[in-house]
Design a binder for this molecule. Structure first.
Ligand SMILES: Cc1cc2nc3c(=O)[nH]c(=O)nc-3n(C[C@H](O)[C@H](O)[C@H](O)COP(=O)(O)OP(=O)(O)OC[C@H]3O[C@@H](n4cnc5c(N)ncnc54)[C@H](O)[C@@H]3O)c2cc1C
Length: 568
């Protein structure tokens, strides 16, 4: 017997997007039942909690939403959906006031009492609001407190495994979960479902996102037949900590503010190299800096662990300690002196600009399904500016909450397609009957493959090879069984399910990267190094049809500004 629950609004994920959506939906219509279901513990998981640098918003005198918009469009290499980007920059102002004045966040201030805003790469104005260098903890703690204080249902340690359509095919009926504490399946019926599981490119050898993120939402969306846009656009953060293979700290991010504050990047010969690649030096956008670093590494000018260095030692030690307390402590834990010495770093997969295609009210092509945050695609185009990520999740989380509350009463509770539920359960059960195999070997092979062939510098030949190898890895995983048949807290099982999703989404990234025969932002093809004509900008849209991935190129609509023009 399958356990079943009903709720009016079901939110998947408790990052900035999920929690804002739950709060806004409940506030808009308190009579609606709202439930947040999350793979980890509410308030303790996901990447919003890990936000270090801060939140971009045009608040200061001299700055403007138009300027923030133009930075976002130009940073995104003219690929962002302009209406989504406009919504981002205008509603970020409302959300930051809500965070401060209604939810109780304390952000750093200037001596005159105004909110302090710091420099982040790729922006023409210092507009990043922050709380020291641990901004996300402040935001998520305040959001979680508000959710706990309200009549909002919680399903913690519940892993969503499938978006289930209605039996009559008209829209979504609900979501199938595994209760990770018992291993039992549970189906939650809902009028409206929000996908806010936060993407997370953890298929790369070096990566920053939290361990609970394995592109589950994107894989579920693909299986449900939704189109994902901009999937080739995987952002690498230039400064991941490189502390050896023995520690999970390797790959974790050292924030962009270090370069904003004047930090230098040095190669293994202790030479400052960025000016050879870009006039903005270390303050160039993430894609440019990561590519320059990768080129230095390929040329063999590396540190003992195979990376490069960041150096703050030419700056005042006490000031570095004051501004970057969290980073200094993290580096010290790994034996590095950030304020006074050299720290080994490597570009690290950080963020997915790509995600589910959606409208400005967060609705998708599947009736009753909404999307917000890093699971969504189109806001950032080819490159996300540092500080626009948490703005994106909070802005569109709130929009989704408002929209779902407005629509929920008109959406029926639908009967689910029972065959789809059975098929999803059979898929999840397969590891218990598969023979031998080695899940860890598949994971290690995936890490290397994505880093080498679908990473910072790409080519058609490498991408073709990756496509074939990914299929081989999927076959190898399908044949990999799990010895321990316990269902409760069986983390090997969940690891195996994570990997299945990562492989599916890796195939979508590779297909989109093969289709884009130019170089824009995070996507660089050695065989097509030019950006191509900006006026004919098109984005990739990938869908799973039967077992095939189909990619279409769709023209970008310049609804507010055309290449060569500016709103300023
Ligand atoms: C180290 C780090 C530093 C960052 N610093 C900044 C910064 O300074 N500024 C900035 O703008 N952005 C930053 N970002 C990016 C930013 O964190 C993200 O853009 C944003 O927080 C994403 O929010 P989200 O709500 O979409 O996802 P998340 O906050 O990641 O939340 C996803 C939620 O979904 C849950 N989930 C996942 N899979 C499932 C499933 N199958 N079933 C149920 N629940 C599931 C997770 O447990 C989690 O609760 C940083 C990211 C990292 C990793």
């Amino acid at each position: 017997m399958l356990a079943q629950l009903h709720t009016d609004i079901l939110v998947l994920g408790s990052g900035g997007a999920g929690l804002f959506a739950a709060l806004h939906a409940k506030q808009a219509d308190p009579r609606l039942s709202v439930t947040v279901a999350v793979k980890g513990l509410l308030g303790k998981c996901g990447c919003t909690r890990m936000v270090q640098g801060g939140y971009n918003v045009a608040l200061a005198q001299g700055d403007s939403v138009e300027r923030h918009f133009m930075d976002t469009i130009e940073g995104g290499k003219w690929l962002p959906d302009q209406d989504l980007a406009w919504k981002l920059v205008t509603l970020a102002v409302e959300r930051i006031h809500e965070l401060e004045n209604e939810l109780g966040c304390f952000f750093d201030r200037n001596p005159d009492g105004t909110v302090h805003q710091k420099a982040f790469a790729g922006q023409t104005f210092d507009r990043t609001v922050h709380k020291g260098d641990l901004t996300g903890i402040e935001i998520i703690n305040r959001l979680a407190e508000q959710v706990w204080a309200r009549d909002i249902g919680r399903l913690e340690e519940h892993r969503a495994v499938e978006l289930v359509r209605a039996a009559d095919g008209d829209g979504i009926a609900g979501v199938l979960f595994i209760d990770m504490r018992t291993g039992e399946y549970r189906f939650v019926r809902a009028r409206a479902v929000l996908l806010a599981t936060g993407g997370g490119p953890t298929m790369y050898k070096y990566h920053t996102p939290s361990g609970d993120k394995s592109c589950d939402g994107l894989a579920m969306a693909l299986r449900a037949g939704l189109a994902l846009r901009d999937m080739e656009m995987v952002q690498f953060h230039p400064t991941g900590l490189l502390a050896g293979t023995h520690t999970r700290m390797t790959g974790t991010v050292l924030e962009e503010g270090l370069r904003g504050a004047g930090g230098y990047l040095l190669n293994g010969d202790k030479e400052r190299f960025m000016s050879r690649y870009d006039a903005k030096g270390e303050r160039a956008t993430r894609d440019i800096v990561s590519r320059a670093m990768f080129a230095e590494m390929r040329a063999g000018r590396t540190t003992p662990n195979g990376g490069l260095y960041i150096s703050m030692q030419h700056l005042e030690r006490a000031e570095v300690g004051r501004q970057f307390k969290g980073m200094v402590e993290r580096c010290a834990d790994c034996g590095f002196d950030l304020a006074g010495g050299l720290v080994e770093v490597v570009p690290t997969a950080h963020y997915m600009m790509g995600g589910v295609e959606f409208r400005a009210d967060c609705s998708t092509s599947l009736r009753g399904l909404y999307v917000a945050g890093e699971d969504s695609g189109g806001v950032h185009g080819a490159n996300r500016l540092g500080g626009n990520g948490v703005a994106n999740s909070t802005v569109f989380g709130a929009v989704a909450g408002d929209t779902m509350a407005a629509h929920a009463r008109d959406l029926p509770l639908r009967a689910p397609d029972r065959a789809a539920i059975d098929a999803a359960i059979a898929r999840c059960e397969r590891p218990f009957s598969a023979p031998g195999g080695n899940v860890n070997e598949v994971r290690e092979a995936l890490y290397e493959l994505m880093w080498d062939k679908v990473g910072i510098i790409r080519s058609g030949a490498d991408l073709q090879a990756a496509r074939e190898r990914l299929q081989a890895l999927r076959d190898a995983l399908a044949a990999s069984g799990i010895r321990d048949a316990t269902r409760a807290y069986n983390l090997t099982w969940h690891d195996r399910l994570n990997l299945e999703n990562l492989l599916e989404v890796s195939a979508a990234i590779t297909a989109a990267a093969l289709a884009r025969e130019d170089s824009r932002g995070a996507h660089f093809r050695e065989d097509f190094p030019e950006a191509g004509p900006l006026e004919r900008s098109a984005y990739t849209s990938v869908r799973q049809v039967e077992d095939e991935l189909v990619v279409a190129m769709k023209p970008v609509a310049f609804t507010r500004v055309r290449p060569g023009e500016s709103l300023l």
